[in-house]
Design a protein around this ligand. Structure first.
Ligand SMILES: Nc1nc2c(ncn2[C@@H]2O[C@H](COP(=O)(O)OP(=O)(O)O)[C@@H](O)[C@H]2O)c(=O)[nH]1
Ligand SMILES: Nc1ncnc2c1ncn2[C@@H]1O[C@H](COP(=O)(O)OP(=O)(O)O)[C@@H](O)[C@H]1O
Length: 225
């Protein structure tokens, strides 16, 4: 069991944020996870107004506007009633700018439940390009597959629902490079911001199987009940 934990999972595109998230939820069932990328992809699939807007940004590897993604994220946390000091949640893919980080803190200050841990997944860039080239996703659930690393039982089909998997339109070399450049440009001020708060930890590894036990150990060492 864990004491309430509010975790931010940072990492380059393809570093394994979604993979670590799904494993963490199995290990710590009291944690509720929110992935901003998945949230946007569901809006795109639903052809909502925000989805039509998001599609343009995502397909070009551009960050969605701060004020819009913050509103979406805060309303997701709020509608799941986790903005309380006895709840545990994690954000996968947020914040991606210092502005997002600061607005999140402002919003959380009024709840008395601030961010308690920020983890940066540190994976060699040399391994992440081939990862996203083989990535397939089940958009409604956010489940992530990889043709080499964790293929679906039936090619192209989600293991749980039997629904078709999709290739992300931003998972190609050109857009990936843009996303990686954006990550490199925006992450340092965010890391400094949380490091100064004393809540940033970096977990390194070439594979998710190396990173996961380190992540579990870190969380248990700080939040075991
Ligand atoms: N080869 C390999 N692929 C991995 C590993 N961890 C995750 N993947 C795959 O790499 C891709 C990116 O992982 P994902 O969790 O989506 O990363 P995110 O973009 O940071 O959320 C997906 O296809 C995963 O299935 C790993 O350790 N080795
Ligand atoms: N916090 C955010 N701020 C702005 N845009 C975001 C955010 N999270 C996701 N996005 C948009 O969704 C895209 C995919 O995000 P994500 O699924 O987290 O990518 P990856 O998992 O490959 O790192 C991003 O490239 C960006 O366009």
């Amino acid at each position: 069991m864990l004491r309430p934990l509010r975790l931010l999972l940072l990492g380059a595109p393809g570093s394994g944020k979604g993979t670590q998230t799904s494993r963490l939820l199995k290990q710590f069932p009291t944690i509720e996870a929110f992935s901003t990328g998945d949230l946007l992809r569901r809006e795109v699939a639903a052809k909502s107004e925000i989805g039509k807007l998001a599609s343009n940004y995502i397909s070009q590897g551009k960050l969605f506007p701060d004020e819009l993604i913050v509103d979406l994220t805060i309303s997701a946390l709020s509608s799941h009633q986790v903005l309380t000091s006895d709840s545990s949640w994690l954000l996968d893919g947020f914040p991606r700018t210092l502005t997002q980080a600061k607005i999140l803190d402002q919003k959380l200050n009024s709840t008395g439940a601030p961010v308690s841990l920020v983890v940066e997944l540190d994976v060699p860039e040399s391994v992440i390009l081939e990862r996203i080239e083989n990535r397939w996703v089940h958009v409604p659930s956010g489940r992530v597959y990889n043709l080499q690393y964790n293929p679906p039982k039936v090619p192209g089909i989600d293991d749980v629902t039997g629904q078709p998997l999709a290739k992300r339109d931003d998972d190609n070399v050109e857009v990936f490079q843009k996303r990686l450049d954006t990550y490199r440009q925006t992450m340092d001020p965010i890391k400094t911001y949380y490091s100064e708060k004393g809540i940033l930890q970096t977990v390194s590894g070439e594979t998710s199987d190396i990173i996961f036990p380190k992540l579990v150990e870190l969380i248990k060492s700080k939040f075991a009940a």
